[in-house]
Design a protein around this ligand. Structure first.
Ligand SMILES: NC(=O)C1=CN([C@@H]2O[C@H](COP(=O)(O)OP(=O)(O)OC[C@H]3O[C@@H](n4cnc5c(N)ncnc54)[C@H](O)[C@@H]3O)[C@@H](O)[C@H]2O)C=CC1
Ligand SMILES: O=C(O)C(=O)Cc1ccc(O)cc1
Length: 308
């Protein structure tokens, strides 16, 4: 971990949308002084009160213009569907030289909707921390969320290299590893590793719920690890995930198309008793998991080492 005495990367940071990601960023900034001052904006009085009680922001505001005033770094941490509107509202109040980032799960649509509102002299650098849980709201954040997880940085054309490099060191101070990516590629990768898997989990839990011959009691009582993981993922925030699928439509539909083709092939193999095909398929997928483990890339740590 970084030494406590390193100077702040940004003097004043404004967080918009005080939920899991903003809360975790605030706790992680507090952990090693990555920011001089952290301000937070929440729409609801309940979220503002909770944030004050938890103490992860130095100032809690109910006004967007006030929260971004004088801020060096502004973080859009709302569901992706409202980021464009938030950017439009804060635009006249941003100070020259400020950096605006978003942490949304989708990049191409967010860039299309946010970038046009960013004034000359303000830099917009889209980011996506590949870390999260099924929990949401201001009480769900924790400092170690980003430790050893990837944060994808998706710079738009014309952003000075120094601003992108500064943001990379910011995320590294929060514990993350960083990698740069093009928006379209980002959205395709995320459709494969995150968005479609979430959709499958939502569907499987829905199917179990619909199946009247299997009672809810039995689902809870007999669920083994695989189904439990599905139920955890399917408990994720409905607004956030609605927005993810509506804004990453193209990549999601492409991967979903491939997924259903493979599923039909496996369905056929089961119906026709083609054990060889099933065995060969499962052998190939097992090798992928083993490859991940060998590369030391399984950084999953569901709730271990949670610290505030
Ligand atoms: N939950 C996760 O695992 C991850 C989420 N993300 C992305 O980060 C962003 C935030 O997600 P979370 O922190 O998980 O969500 P969250 O639901 O915990 O927090 C979002 C907050 O934004 C607020 N909000 C909604 N509309 C707003 C508006 N118009 N103005 C101001 N505030 C508004 C909500 O009240 C909520 O408090 C999303 O765009 C999501 O795609 C990125 C990586 C992981
Ligand atoms: O909780 C999980 O399993 C996740 O997959 C967390 C997550 C959700 C959304 C993202 O954009 C990135 C990470």
């Amino acid at each position: 971990m970084t030494a406590v005495c390193e100077p702040a990367v940004y003097e004043k940071v404004a967080l918009i949308g005080l939920g899991l990601i903003a809360g975790s960023m605030a706790w992680a900034m507090k952990r090693d002084g990555t920011a001089g001052e952290v301000r937070g904006y929440a729409r609801s009085a309940e979220s503002r009160e909770m944030t004050r009680r938890l103490g992860f922001c130095d100032v809690v505001c109910d006004d967007l213009a006030e929260v971004v005033q004088d801020a060096d770094l502004i973080v859009l941490a709302t569901p992706v569907g409202v980021m464009g509107r938030v950017a439009e509202t804060i635009a006249p109040h941003l100070k020259p030289g400020a950096v605006v980032i978003d942490v949304g799960s989708v990049k191409r649509t967010v860039i299309e909707e946010v970038a046009p509102h960013i004034p000359e002299g303000v830099h917009f650098v889209p980011c996506h921390p590949m870390a999260g849980t099924e929990h949401s709201g201001p009480a769900s954040g924790f400092a170690s969320l980003f430790d050893n997880r990837w944060c994808l940085i998706v710079p738009v054309e014309g952003t000075p290299e120094a601003e992108v490099a500064r943001l990379e060191s910011y995320w590294q101070r929060l514990g993350a590893r960083t990698e740069r990516m093009e928006p379209e590629h980002h959205d395709l990768v995320c459709a494969v590793v995150s968005h479609v898997p979430h959709l499958i989990a939502y569907t499987m839990v829905g199917v179990a719920d619909d199946l009247r011959r299997v009672s809810d009691q039995e689902v809870i009582k007999f669920s083994a690890a695989g189904f439990r993981d599905f139920t955890r993922i399917a408990a994720s925030d409905p607004t956030m995930w609605r927005d993810v699928f509506l804004t990453n439509k193209e990549a999601t539909l492409e991967i979903l198309g491939r997924f259903t083709e493979e599923l039909f092939a496996l369905q056929r193999a089961i119906r026709t008793g083609d054990g060889e095909q099933l065995h060969a398929y499962f052998t190939r997928t097992r090798a992928i998991r083993r490859g991940i483990l060998q590369a030391g890339q399984d950084t999953d740590k569901p709730d271990f080492g949670r610290t505030r």
